[in-house]
Design a protein around this ligand. Structure first.
Ligand code: NAD
Ligand code: IPM
Ligand code: MN
Length: 379
């Protein structure tokens, strides 16, 4: 029997470079555990524009709906510009079609050696550990847009079902810990009508469904400041709308070192053993799309310089949420940690260019692969 179907969309520039490396890690896991994944590779982004004249084809959108998970690289590059459809629109259309409404962006140090690479003082950022959940299918990104010569409009709307389903993911993640994690809902309820509705419905859902959690509310602008001045104050789970989430999750990602290290997961339902049938795939996990937070890095593409870690940590998230392979997901994260740890701490201390070092994509990837193989055999 198939252990699960994965659609691989490497995309543009460094996308294919780092996806190739992550697939090597997946192959090692398949080999060592005997789990058989069915992989199919296709186009999304500038590569699809060049071949088909569109950023994603209807055929690929259909494939996205018929797999257990999508593994995505990155889309875009200066050669395609912003005229619609641009490469990035392919990703937005996939998010919409798959209804992967909860975008999880973890913020924690992949290794304590990276504390030294944070732009924030060690004593301020040390111990930061939260999951940022961004609503991924609504708000100003979608809805009826108007684009005229002298007028543009992106209606910023939210309705009950969109709010309920994403704040439930925050609740479900927080409840996976004992005691449950603190949850923060981020909005601008002092100004925006859609935020006031968001805050009211989020409060209702938590009172009714997660009575053990005391939901806290945080205004988005002050959060932008507090992320820099007091980031550990938000340890736990944060949930926000699409636009605030886009901006604030990039900011939070910046706390823990390089963009090249950061993974993300976009889920169609709550993870883990919950009552909800929403977004379940054929192997008992959640349908999801997994991609690094970084883009296609055209400035370093084609040179073998990109850090593959964000893509490889996205693979770990895929195994955890879509395939319930928690042991293997933990092993990938441990392997990454060991490759980044200093020699003094028994690690391999590999440093790619984004961390001021000389290692290339393949060198970093091979080190991670070696550690993954070793840990699969010995733990
Ligand atoms: P970017 O994330 O591609 O690059 C920002 C900086 O970080 C660059 O200096 C780059 O060299 C560096 N960087 C990024 N990933 C790295 C890695 N793995 N290893 C080492 N260094 C890395 O952001 P950008 O330059 O603003 O965007 C480039 C293109 O990517 C744009 O077309 C943008 O729209 C697109 N983009 C796509 C996605 C996506 O597909 N999900 C996300 C963000 C941006
Ligand atoms: C992200 C990116 C995308 C977004 C772009 C590339 C469409 O910035 O995944 O955060 O704005 O959602
Ligand atoms: Mn973004």
């Amino acid at each position: 029997a198939s252990g699960g179907k994965i659609l691989v969309l490497p995309g543009d520039h460094v996308g294919p470079e780092v996806v190739t490396e992550a697939i090597k890690v997946l192959n090692i896991i398949a080999e060592e555990t005997g789990r058989k994944f069915e992989l199919e590779v296709d186009l999304c982004g500038g590569c699809s524009l060049d071949k088909h004249g569109d950023s994603v084809t209807e055929e690929v959108l259909q494939k996205c709906l018929n797999v257990d998970a999508v593994f995505f690289g990155s889309a875009g590059g200066p050669e395609w510009g912003t005229a619609q459809p641009n490469p990035e629109s392919g990703l937005l259309r996939i998010r919409d079609r798959m209804q992967i409404f909860a975008n999880l962006r973890p913020c924690k140090f992949a290794s304590k050696a990276l504390l030294a690479y944070s732009p924030i003082k060690t004593e301020v950022v040390k111990g930061v550990d939260f999951m940022f959940i961004r609503e991924n299918c609504g708000g100003a990104y979608y809805g009826k847009k108007i684009e005229e010569a002298d007028y543009g409009c992106d209606p910023w709307e939210y309705s009950r079902p969109e709010i309920e389903r994403v704040v439930r993911v925050a609740g479900a993640l927080a409840m996976q810990h004992d005691p449950p994690l603190q949850v923060y809902s981020v909005d601008k309820a002092n100004v925006l009508a859609n935020s006031r509705v968001w805050r009211r419905i989020a409060t209702e859902v938590f009172e009714k469904e997660f009575p053990k959690i005391q939901l806290k509310h945080q205004l988005a602008d002050s959060l932008a400041l507090l992320f820099i001045t007091k980031p550990t104050a938000f340890n736990g789970v944060l949930v926000s709308d699409n636009t605030f989430g886009d901006i604030l999750s990039d900011e939070s990602g910046g706390l823990t070192g390089s963009l090249g290290l950061l993974p993300s997961a976009s889920l169609a339902g709550p993870p883990g053993n919950v009552d909800s049938k929403l977004g379940r795939n054929s192997v008992g996990g959640v349908v999801g799309l997994y991609e690094p937070v970084h883009g296609s890095a055209p400035d370093i593409s084609g040179k073998g310089l990109a850090n593959p870690t964000g893509q490889i940590l996205s693979l770990a998230m895929m195994l955890r949420y879509s395939f319930n392979m928690h042991r293997e997901a933990n092993i990938i994260e441990k392997a990454v940690e060991r490759c980044l740890d200093t020699r003094e701490d028994g690690g391999l201390e590999i440093r790619t260019g984004d961390l001021g070092g000389k290692a290339g994509t393949v060198e970093m990837s091979e080190a991670i692969q070696g550690e993954v193989r070793r840990l699969l055999k010995t733990t």
